[in-house]
Design a protein around this ligand. Structure first.
Ligand SMILES: [Zn+2]
Ligand SMILES: [Zn+2]
Length: 372
């Protein structure tokens, strides 16, 4: 029995270069119906001041760490579950990752593969790909994803005013890189909005680019937790125990890859499931039985005469693609997809939905790994 929660993992407040306070972020999270927010201000850790169940929202604090003296700026790392500031380790990405692990924290490479244009040449991609031991990658950074569309000043204005018209999914090179990384080990995918709610001027008007409420409605990470959150009824005030308990459940789900990235602005992705059973040839998975694996899990290669049966369920009619090692092996327009496969590989799901005149990437699951 899995318990689904969703929230926003990568955002900035006035503790670094965001324009909103925690209270403003929490207002937006409540309005967006989120279960949790995980703020990651640059190179500071403000847990003791800000963490807790705040107006029913599990509010957590990590940090986004990078070496401020590096030229050019690269290698941003999201550090979750750390008790002490790790920003002094930033000059060596490997030491930083190791430092997060020593605190039983999780680390995700932030916006590791970015697009950029002649007008917007700045980018903050990951460069030190020889590092090891990190938990995963942010396969979709919502804010950075817009940079590649900004090829002229007019386009910049249009992106600022109508962002939903542009976004179609993660940067394709990022997905290719992730598929390459998962060939040798489990690499957990998350999505982040990188919300800053920056303000800009257009003549006499001041506008906000990607306000918190927009971001928190747009791109979320959905988790499947093994037990229910203690604070999920929204009645608790800031007593420490449920916060620690629920924080740990969230970290465990992320570490296991029991999560997917949902572009919820297109449609709520709540209820998505990707499960697998290993059964004799031709046998269908039980309608309500517990699966042998969910996203993030690893199965052995099936023995001769047996196959891995994948079942994908989506909350509304959409194009479901099952990929093995980055290539589509099954495709179905519907609310469910079944596929039986004897082959080893890294199986993951993408779901695409027609919206605003285009097919949009809606759901990106973590893989089920079938390995020898
Ligand atoms: Zn960053
Ligand atoms: Zn950021």
């Amino acid at each position: 029995m899995w318990h689904e929660y969703h929230g926003n993992i990568h955002l900035h407040t006035t503790h670094s270069d965001g324009t909103g306070t925690f209270d403003e972020v929490i207002d937006a999270a409540r309005a967006a119906g989120l279960d949790f927010v995980y703020a990651t201000d640059h190179n500071v850790l403000v847990r003791s001041q800000e963490e807790g169940y705040r107006r029913g929202v599990l509010t957590l604090v990590g940090q986004e760490v990078h070496d401020v003296h590096r030229v050019p700026q690269r290698n941003h790392l999201l550090c979750l579950g750390v008790r002490q500031d790790v920003s002094h380790l930033a000059p060596s990405p490997q030491s930083l990752i190791d430092g997060v692990r020593r605190q039983d924290g999780l680390s995700f490479l932030a916006h590791p593969v970015e697009e950029y244009t002649a007008l917007m040449p700045q980018h903050y991609s990951w460069e030190d790909w020889n590092v090891s031991g990190y938990t995963g990658v942010e396969i979709w950074n919502y804010m950075c994803g817009f940079r590649g569309f900004i090829t002229s000043r007019l386009r910049a204005l249009l992106v600022a005013l109508f962002p939903h018209r542009f976004t179609v999914g993660p940067v394709p090179d990022m997905l290719r890189k992730w598929d390459e990384l998962t060939q040798s080990r489990a690499v957990v995918a998350i999505g982040g909005t990188d919300a800053h709610a920056w303000r800009f001027r257009m003549g006499p008007l001041e506008r906000c680019f990607l306000p918190y409420l927009h971001c928190l409605r747009a791109l979320n990470t959905h988790i499947l937790a093994e037990r229910p959150f203690l604070g999920a009824n929204g009645e608790l005030d800031a007593s420490a125990e449920p916060v620690q308990h629920d924080h740990q459940l969230l970290l465990s789900a992320l570490q296991a890859g029991h999560c997917w990235v949902g572009y919820d602005l297109v449609a709520p992705s709540r209820g998505f499931r990707f499960q697998a059973w290993q059964l004799p040839d031709g046998e269908l998975p039980p309608a309500n039985g517990a699966p042998h694996a969910i996203m993030g899990d690893t199965l052995e290669v099936p023995t001769p005469g047996r196959r891995t049966c994948f079942r994908v369920q989506v909350p509304r009619l959409a194009e479901i693609r099952l990929l093995r090692n980055g290539r589509t092996v099954a495709r179905q327009v519907g609310r469910e997809l079944f596929h039986q496969d004897p082959a080893p590989g890294v199986y993951r799901v993408e779901v695409w939905l027609e919206r605003w005149g285009k097919s949009r990437g809606w759901i990106f699951s973590n893989p089920i790994y079938v390995r020898r």
